[in-house]
Design a protein around this ligand. Structure first.
Ligand code: C2E
Ligand code: CA
Ligand code: CA
Ligand code: CA
Length: 279
């Protein structure tokens, strides 16, 4: 048994070495990818549940590695966070999105809100206010059409600091969405005081809406609570007509999900855009 035990320890430490070596390797490749422009921002439409109209798009990062093909952000964002590379990456994403949004507006499309994810690391260490301010100024993108998505975990650390930061971001004119809502530990108190505009119901509550009474009640509660606080509520990861119908019957405002479209390239996204109406 001792032998086996020792063997196992050995096995684990090999695994750990391999994992950290892999992490370093991915990090190095990610740095190069950023320089070589192998990263791309894709856009997923956000739709008004009542009217079916496009209300916005969430910008999502993609990495196309020449050897490995597409690498999921779920895989490389955590690595970018550990190394601090997320700060450069986050700046790059925001810049791409603002430039793209401006281009669409200049091409005569009706302006829409573009949502950008901010990682907890960026929020805590990133001088995020200065970063957003700088990119808005350098690109000339109107702040009213930028939404920043934050998670509860990014905000939980120091509540008063978080509140100040959110107030300052709001003062720039952007809107704020609370991402993955319901999965972190939600304090109702901070929901009341934080200047949030949109709650995003996490996909995990949407997946089984057809079959799971608990999930339906959770979704209903989030919608009701959001509306009480004057917020819009968006459901993520909507894949089926049934989920769509449930969300509509609950009075949820917006959705995004494969039912409408996965995230697509900026070129492809043009098919969702509407010409600007003349006033
Ligand atoms: P998230 O912010 O919760 O983004 C939603 C994820 O759900 C995206 O995965 C999206 O492609 C996926 N999704 C949307 N609709 C559906 C659906 O109907 N079914 C299914 N199965 N999935 C759906 P993605 O693009 O792989 O991103 C994963 C996570 O990586 C994001 O989760 C976000 O936390 C992070 N991420 C992505 N881009 C960025 C970025 O630019 N900056 C930061 N900081 N994080 C990012
Ligand atoms: Ca998000
Ligand atoms: Ca989310
Ligand atoms: Ca998520």
């Amino acid at each position: 048994a001792k032998e086996a035990g020792r063997g196992q320890v050995c096995f684990y430490s090999d695994e750990q070495t391999r994992a950290s070596r892999e992490r370093l390797e991915i990090e190095a490749r990610l740095r190069l990818a950023l320089e070589r422009q192998e990263l791309k921002v894709v856009y997923q439409p956000q739709i008004d549940l009542k009217t079916g109209e496009l209300v916005g798009a969430e910008a999502l990062l993609r990495w196309f590695d020449p050897q490995q093909g597409a690498i999921s952000p779920a895989h490389f964002i955590p690595i970018a966070e550990q190394s601090g590379l997320i700060l450069r990456l986050g700046h790059w994403v925001l810049e791409q999105v603002c430039e793209q949004g401006l281009r669409w507006q200049q091409q005569g499309y009706a302006p829409l809100t573009l949502a950008v994810n901010l990682s907890p690391y960026q929020v805590r260490h990133g001088k995020v206010l200065a970063m957003v301010q700088e990119v808005l100024a350098s690109t000339g993108y109107p702040a009213q059409f930028l939404e920043l998505e934050l998670t509860e975990s990014a905000l939980m650390r120091q509540e008063d600091e978080a509140e100040t930061l959110l107030d300052e971001l709001k003062a720039l004119g952007v809107s704020l969405a609370l991402d993955d809502f319901g999965t972190g530990y939600s304090s109702l108190a901070y929901l009341k005081t934080f200047p949030i505009d949109v709650l995003k119901i996490d996909k995990s509550f949407v997946d089984d809406l057809e079959s799971n009474q608990d999930d339906r009640e959770i979704a209903a509660t989030i919608v009701a609570m959001g509306h009480t606080l004057g917020l819009k509520v968006l459901a993520e990861g909507v894949e089926t007509e049934e989920q769509f119908e449930w969300l509509r019957s609950l009075g949820c405002d917006y959705f995004q999900g494969y039912l409408k479209s996965p995230a697509v390239s900026a070129e492809e996204f043009v098919r969702f855009l509407q010409p600007k109406r003349d006033e």
